[in-house]
Structures are given as C-alpha cells and as structure tokens.
Design a protein around this ligand. Structure first.
Ligand SMILES: [Zn+2]
Length: 503
C-alpha cells in the first residue's frame, strides 16, 4: 500500500511538471484547484447524503403489538399454514377459506364472500358512501412447494415456536391475508364501517403467473366497470438489513412499479452421433458458449427516476465509496454498474437482467451426442426496455453460432405509480404515524406480482405489505424455515386497521 501511494505521488509529480513545462504555471494551478474542487464537491455531497435516514428505526424495536390480537392472528396463521396450498390444489385453497370463516365470524357475516374457480376468494366490504371509488387489496393463497432446508419443522406443520410462526407461506403470503382479516374482524367488533367499498382478492395461482386467479378476477371486475383509487398488493416490505459495513438498517420499501418478465428460448442444433467421434462442434458445447456470451454481455446499467429515488432514500445503507457514486449522477452513470455489481438487489434495479434458469439436452445414454439442446432464459426488463429489442440483441450476439433464439413469454409492462397519488400520500402518513422514525423508500419491484393483472383498473398500484422482515421479523424467499415473527404479524394487523380507517 505504501509503495502504491509513493508511485502514485511520483506519477502525479511527473504529470504536473510536464504540464507545467508545456502550458505554464498559472494553467497548472488552475487545473490543480479544479481537480481539488471537484473531489471536495464529491466528498461533501456523499457525506451529506449519508446523513439522510440514518436514524431509521425498526417497528419491532419501537412498538409492541396488542397481545390478544397477536395471539389470535398467530394461531390462525399456524392453522392456515397447515393447508398445503401448493398452486393447483383447489381443495387446500377451500380449506384455508374455511379456516378464515371459522376464525373471523364477523367478517364472514358482514362481507360479501365469493369463492371462485381454482379456490380464489373475493371479498367486498361495503362502504357507506357509494360516490367514492373503491379500493382493492390483493394477496395470494397459493404457495411454492415445501422444498429443502427445513430444520425447525416440516414445511406444512404450521408450528409456533419462540415467538415465530413457521411454515411455507408464512411471509409469502398468508401472513398478509391473516393480518388483513384480523384488522377487519377487530374493526367490525368496534362497530366500524368503511367510507368506501374495500375489496380483497386472494388469488389461487400467483406463483405460476395468476392466470386462473388474479387475471380472471381482474377481467370480471373490468366487466363490472370497477375502477379503484388504490390497488395494493405484496411486493415491498419493511425490511431489516444487516449492513456490510456494520450495524443494521430498516426501511419500508414501497413498490411503485415492477420489472417486466419475459422468457427466451435458445435452441442449439448440431449433428448428433457417437461420442467416440465428436465433430468439430457439439451441441452442448455450442449451447454453453451461447450462455457464457449472454452472461458476459449483460444489458448496460441505466438509471430510471424511481430507482434514483430509491438510491437517495437508502443512501445511508451503503459503504462510503458506493454512497459517493450513488450521490453523484455522473459517477452513477459512468461506473454505477461496476460499483454495485456485488449487490444483487441494487444491481437488479439499475439494469435489465437476462439469466438462464433451465437447460435441457442429451439422452439417457452416456455415449450419444444429442443433436439439439435448449436453454430457457428468464429476463426482467426495466421499464422502457422492449422484449423485441432484447431479442434482436441476443440474436446478433449469437449470429455466428447454430443457435436459434425465440421470445416465448412476454409479460405486460407495468406503469410507475406517481408519488403524487393521494393514496400513496395516505399510506406514507399512516406509516409515519405508526413508526415515526422509519425511512420510507419508493422503489421498483424486481419480481412479478398479481398486481400487474389489475393495471387497467387503477392509476395507483402500490406493492407493499406491512410485514417487518429480516433476521428477527421473518422471511426465507421460497427457501427452508420460512417464518414470520408474531410481533411482525400483530403489527401488520394494526397497520391495516389504521389504514382501513383512513381510506
Ligand atoms: Zn407472493
């Protein structure tokens, strides 16, 4: 390190003495002052930016949820988790419906309750003022299969242990449904009636695209001529994150839009034959080369306004060098992609991504060269990037290889909800009242949620659940030991109560 600094200093001295000899002393000093000024400006900007949001506190530290509500919600969630509602199992969806009706009898009587094909549930809580536009809360009943990595219990045991509820679907997304139902039941008990109609749509197949559930519900609503002041679905959470430079940071991430999901298929073809006499090119090698090229040539990073807002609001979570880049748009534009490469979350926010998720090729016989092999690429495009443009880029990248590229599925593009929408303001106010020192971060969601099916029905789609996730709150992202802390569940129920009252 000492040597490197000495070398740098020596190079600078040579540079400036050459510069001095060529352009004169005054110009040399002007250059030095200019460079020093720019560096000082960058340092000051990043230092000031880092001060923002530093005091953001976790709801789990600042509030304790009502004990009776939390107890009832935790028991009901555990019961709902015992129904293995893997997408497609209608019987299990119906069983969750029964758990809800049994545990929330007031809601079962007071709300219009419809069970739809596939087991989806649609609820309408009638408001007093028909002149006001309704609002819609979405969630889903289905879950991904149990998978591996479960050490506390089996995926569908629904176990309460050490203040946590374990089971597949605890955070994604039955915890949200239970928190909403708990809030409705509590408000009904208090004699509350909403001002406007509040709908709840719990889909049966979000994990596989939402065609049977959310899409069918949305088209039914479109036929009914419904239009909502707010559609709120899962997406962002209140998240406690351990920071690489020490400590932890909590913020509410509110999804204002989502990346567009597309799939491409690569099909490589080469002559097959016996593996003892391979030709010049064999199909699996060709396919591998195509995949490696695509991986090396990822779409360039690009800053869109909503992601800039995210970076500004979450500035204090970054170590100094990243903060310096995030706080200065020129640096961000020039080197942002490289600087945030080791951060998968931010990296996915500043560029479209294309990644292989499945390969298929070869026979059961070990000595036979296949003649075709395919790979599926899953792409998540930033708003503004077109699936056809990515297709053209992939084709030109692989033009010299015997590989065909097709666009197989093309998701809809989501719009970015404006921060000027009154319901966004309302959501922020409720969060600020409940958790005064919590940082709010408007953001782009990288996953595809049911909400996109409702995009014709509202100008204000927010992707946010008030669950506090993280090491103490819950989570697992489809992995083992999915859990939700009972505190997090109880606080989410209180959030919905406060929010429903404001609608
Ligand atoms: Zn989900």
């Amino acid at each position: 390190m000492g040597n490197a600094i000495k070398n740098l200093w020596a190079s600078l001295q040579i540079f400036f003495s050459n510069f001095n000899a060529r352009y004169g002393r005054v110009f040399n000093w002007v250059l030095i002052v200019l460079v020093a000024g720019i560096l000082l400006y960058l340092f000051v900007r990043s230092a000031l930016a880092g001060r923002r949001g530093r005091k953001s506190l976790s709801p789990l530290r600042t509030r304790t949820a009502d004990r009776a509500v939390t107890e009832h919600a935790a028991e009901t969630l555990a019961a709902a988790l015992r129904c293995p509602t893997i997408t497609g199992r209608e019987e299990e969806m119906l069983a969750v419906g029964r758990v809800l009706r049994e545990n929330y009898p007031r809601a079962a009587r007071a709300l219009d309750w419809a069970t739809l094909p596939g087991g989806s549930i649609l609820l309408r809580w009638q408001g007093d003022d028909p002149s006001q536009k309704p609002v819609l809360f979405c969630a889903h009943l289905d879950v991904v299969p149990g998978g591996e990595g479960w050490t506390v219990c089996e995926p569908f045991d629904g176990v309460r242990q050490d203040g946590r509820i374990y089971g597949r679907g605890a955070t994604d997304c039955k915890g949200v449904i239970i928190a909403q139902m708990e809030a409705i039941e509590g408000l009904l008990e208090q004699g509350f009636r909403p001002k406007r109609d509040i709908y709840f749509a719990y889909g049966c197949d979000e994990e596989t695209g939402g065609e049977v559930g959310a899409r069918a519900i949305a088209s039914r609503m479109e036929q009914m001529g419904l239009n909502f002041d707010l559609v709120m679905d899962e997406g962002g959470f209140i998240r406690e994150t351990a920071l690489s430079h020490g400590g932890s940071y909590t913020a509410a991430y509110i999804g204002m839009g989502e990346k567009r999901r597309c799939e491409y298929r690569l099909t490589a073809t080469c002559p097959g034959g016996h593996s003892s006499q391979p030709g010049k090119k064999t199909v699996l090698v060709v396919l591998s080369e195509a995949i490696c090229r695509i991986d090396a040539a990822q779409p360039r990073h690009r800053m869109i306004p909503i992601v800039r807002r995210h970076l500004e609001a979450a500035m204090s979570t970054y170590p100094y060098h990243k903060r310096m880049v995030a706080a200065n748009s020129l640096l961000l534009k020039l080197i942002g992609g490289r600087v945030f490469r080791d951060d998968p979350y931010v990296s996915a926010l500043i560029r479209s991504t294309v990644v292989p998720t499945r390969v298929d090729g070869g026979f059961t016989a070990d000595h036979v060269l296949p003649s075709t092999a395919t790979a599926l690429l899953n792409a998540r495009l930033l708003p503004g990037d077109k699936p056809e443009t990515v297709l053209d880029e992939l084709r030109s990248l692989l033009a010299d290889l015997p590989v065909q590229v097709e666009l197989v599925t093309e998701g809809e593009e989501s719009f970015i909800t404006s921060e000027d929408q009154p319901m966004y303001g309302q959501l922020c106010r409720v969060l600020e009242e409940l958790y005064p020192r919590l940082q709010l971060v408007p953001t782009l969601v990288t996953g595809a949620e049911d909400a996109r099916h409702y995009s014709n029905l509202s100008d204000c789609i927010l992707r946010f659940s008030p669950l506090t996730l993280g090491p103490r709150g819950g989570g697992s992202d489809h992995g083992g030991n999915e859990f939700l802390s009972e505190q997090s569940l109880g606080l989410a129920a209180e959030f919905y109560q406060a929010f429903f009252k404001k609608l």
